[in-house]
Design a binder for this molecule. Structure first.
Ligand code: 6PG
Length: 256
């Protein structure tokens, strides 16, 4: 299946020839949603994911035609998760987004809500981020316009890793989560917060994701093992944007 045959079942999937085409398509979708949301409601609220896949999309948004045409002063940036490191650390999702995009376009600093995950009291860092989001949206159940997610080869998304405590949290906007396999703390939006978004888009590329993607999308439901299966937006607007390599094992893949 290629992008021209985007599925109309739930969840929707679009498959692109390679990571570059995927990044371009994701940048176009970001731009389209930003212009629509700003036109309809005066602002566009987006939570970015970390990792390597979204970097190419962010870098495209820092270039023409996006850089000098999008309503940057009405776009508000959050993160789906953050590593518990300083904002200038090589592992920081904020640093990645700042270097790829935010430092290159006219986004006002006050529109950028990074997670202060470097705070040593991880629970406090999560509570502070939750309070920031609650205040911005003036709601206990904040509704982002768009949340980008990635998926790890273990089926995790955001920092919702298999077998971790945050998978069970339903009473918080964001949570601190200790990830045994990384021996590291993370701050993450909870699945409940993600599922309140108007639109959720997974960006997944690479052959190393193919087997787990087949399990997540076509296997039995076991979200403790594959936390990406927790993501089912109330809006029903869930889109998986994939490259051919990641989609290669899916049932209606051309590679069958
Ligand atoms: C993070 C991410 C994480 C990421 C996946 C996929 O902080 O690492 O939010 O959930 O999206 O691990 O990462 P890649 O795109 O690098 O494969």
């Amino acid at each position: 299946m290629n992008s021209s045959e985007a599925s109309d079942v739930y969840p929707q999937t679009e498959v692109y020839d390679n990571p570059q085409e995927l990044a371009w398509a994701a940048a176009l979708r970001f731009a389209g949603m930003a212009e629509q949301c700003v036109s309809e409601r005066g602002k566009f609220t987006v939570a970015l994911s970390g990792g390597s896949t979204p970097r190419a999309m962010l870098a495209l948004l820092a270039q023409k035609p996006f850089a000098d045409s999008l309503p940057w002063n009405s776009i508000y940036f959050f993160w789906g998760d953050e590593r518990c490191v300083p904002p200038d650390h090589a592992d920081s999702n904020y640093r990645m987004a700042r270097e790829a995009l935010l430092a290159k376009v006219a986004v006002p600093q006050e529109n950028i809500f990074r997670v202060h995950a470097e705070d040593q009291n991880h629970e406090q860092a999560a509570d502070t981020y939750s309070a920031t989001i609650r205040q911005f949206f003036n709601s206990e159940t904040p509704q982002f316009d768009l949340i980008f997610l990635g998926m790890g080869a273990d089926g995790h998304t955001a920092s919702l890793f298999p077998g971790t405590a945050a998978l069970q949290i339903t009473d918080r906007i964001a949570a601190a989560n200790f990830v045994e396999k990384l021996t590291a703390w993370r701050i993450t939006l909870t699945a409940q917060t993600i599922n309140h978004a108007r639109q959720v888009i997974f960006l997944v590329a690479g052959e190393e994701k193919a087997a787990v993607l087949k399990e997540v999308l076509e296997g039995k439901r076991q979200p403790e093992t594959y936390p990406s299966q927790l993501i089912h937006p109330v809006s029903q607007s869930l889109l998986w944007m994939l490259d051919e390599a990641a989609a290669s094992l899916l049932s209606d893949s051309e590679n069958e």
